[in-house]
Design a protein around this ligand. Structure first.
Ligand SMILES: Cc1cc2nc3c(=O)[nH]c(=O)nc-3n(C[C@H](O)[C@H](O)[C@H](O)COP(=O)(O)OP(=O)(O)OC[C@H]3O[C@@H](n4cnc5c(N)ncnc54)[C@H](O)[C@@H]3O)c2cc1C
Length: 398
């Protein structure tokens, strides 16, 4: 058994864990060890669509996503320009309830400095020329929104961290993770790592990990699906789109293909046992629902389809910061289905807090709305709700 000491051990090498390792290395914190029983991209990150948008339902999310965008643009320019593309994002609706959510969202988004433009049917046609908007839906458009290749961005964070000395322990089952003698001790394969600080960044697996060390948090993993299709004839370039009425989104992929999704089953699943394939009904639903707006879509050729597991929280916000009552234990979890766009900015804020852990300091303040301490009392079951929404109220449809 090889034993070593680290300053920080990170459990999970998805985009959140890798981004955190990168930011800790930028802040010269070390040694840092990242552990994953599989490999980077094995979790939700390797299965995500990679839409990055400022069309969000609260100011904190907008700020961290904007921060992530800056990081992804700079890192992809240095490492792999194809990993990040600014293509804009269009959402539309015809349902009156959805339109009133959209109208309220526009006012809020502008207050938060988001350059969002309203579109009538003509404006929608100008942005999505192959769309059918004859029944006069309305929409919104954010020209600065982007798409990222999530697994590549995770790898870029990991590679940059590695170059700065972060060690990755991958592909070995977890033997033991526990607090002993004022340190967190992780045993995997022939490695034993002791660290004063441990960070849980294990996506959907975090619920079980936290419960196993006696510090449960209210997290609920749920399954969600996506597919790559080749429409005939395929649009070469188009913005990412979201049809709010049917809750289906799509983004461009290379070579005229399109990645589309909805498929969120809002029931809790066990990430160790979920079905990673897509349901037939999901693929059929995609074809049917988009056909109304994007004629010809129903004949699209299916390239591949899959499912992944996201993690929901009772208030649809992530859980980031010190785990109450657990010395030296932190979490960066519960991204409610849009952790790719928030990982970079959130990880930077957590790294700042790890450097200056004062609970009343500026770093803690910047994590204010997502600190785990907002949940008190016993952890209760709750029904997962989607977080990729514009609504700040309780209506889960939008
Ligand atoms: C179909 C689909 C579409 C999506 N589309 C988008 C999108 O367009 N935009 C967006 O922002 N987000 C999107 N998401 C959500 C996004 O994928 C997640 O929020 C994000 O990837 C979470 O990253 P993570 O690093 O927290 O978790 P994960 O990527 O799940 O990584 C967790 C890691 O923990 C590891 N692990 C498991 N057990 C342990 C253990 N015991 N110890 C240590 N590590 C462990 C796993 O192997 C895994 O590698 C989508 C998700 C899905 C499934």
């Amino acid at each position: 058994m090889t034993a070593s000491r680290a300053e920080v051990v990170i459990l999970g090498a998805g985009i959140a864990g890798c981004a955190l390792a990168y930011h800790l290395s930028e802040l010269k914190v070390g040694p840092v060890v990242v552990y994953d029983p599989q490999t980077p991209g094995a979790g939700a990150t390797g299965r995500a669509a990679g839409i990055v948008t400022e069309q969000l339902w609260n100011r904190w999310d907008v700020e961290v996503t904007r921060e992530s965008m800056r990081q992804y643009a700079a890192l992809s320019a240095r490492w792999d320009p194809s990993a990040y593309t600014v293509n804009g994002f269009v959402r539309w609706a015809r349902d009156p309830a959805a339109l009133s959510v959209l109208d309220r969202a526009v006012a809020r988004l502008r207050e938060w400095g988001v350059a969002v433009q309203e579109l009538d049917a003509g404006g929608l046609t100008a942005r999505v020329p192959w769309g059918d908007f004859d029944d006069r839906p309305r929409g919104i458009w954010s020209p600065g929104d982007a798409v990222v290749t999530p697994s590549t961005m995770g790898e870029i964070f990991a590679e940059s961290a590695r170059q700065a000395g972060v060690e990755f322990v991958l592909g070995t089952p977890l033997g033991r993770f526990a607090r002993s003698d004022s340190a967190w001790e992780l045993e995997a394969g022939n490695r034993n790592v002791r660290a004063s600080t441990a960070v849980i960044a294990a996506g959907a697996w975090s619920k079980a990990l936290l419960r196993a060390v006696g510090h449960p948090l209210p997290l609920s993993p749920y399954r969600t699906q996506a597919a790559v299709l080749r429409p005939r004839p395929g649009p070469e370039v188009f913005p990412s789109v979201h049809d709010i009425d049917v809750d289906v989104y799509a983004r461009p992929e290379a070579r005229g293909r399109v990645l589309a999704g909805d498929g969120t089953r809002l029931v809790e699943v066990d990430p160790e046992r979920f079905n990673p394939g897509a349901d037939d009904s999901f693929v059929a639903h995609l074809a049917e629902t988009f056909e109304r707006r994007l004629p010809g879509w129903a004949d699209a050729e299916l390239v591949r389809a899959w499912a992944g597991v996201c993690t929901s929280t009772p208030d649809r916000r992530p859980v980031v910061g010190p785990v109450p009552g657990a010395d030296g234990l932190y979490a960066i979890v519960g991204f409610n289905g849009f952790g790719v766009m928030r990982a970079g900015g959130t990880a930077r804020r957590l790294a700042d807090l790890l450097v200056a852990p004062d609970p009343s300091g500026r770093a803690a303040e910047r994590l204010g709305p997502v600190l785990p301490s907002r949940f008190s009392g016993p952890v209760r079951d709750f029904a997962p709700r989607p977080g990729f929404t514009l609504d700040d109220g309780d209506d889960p449809r939008f």
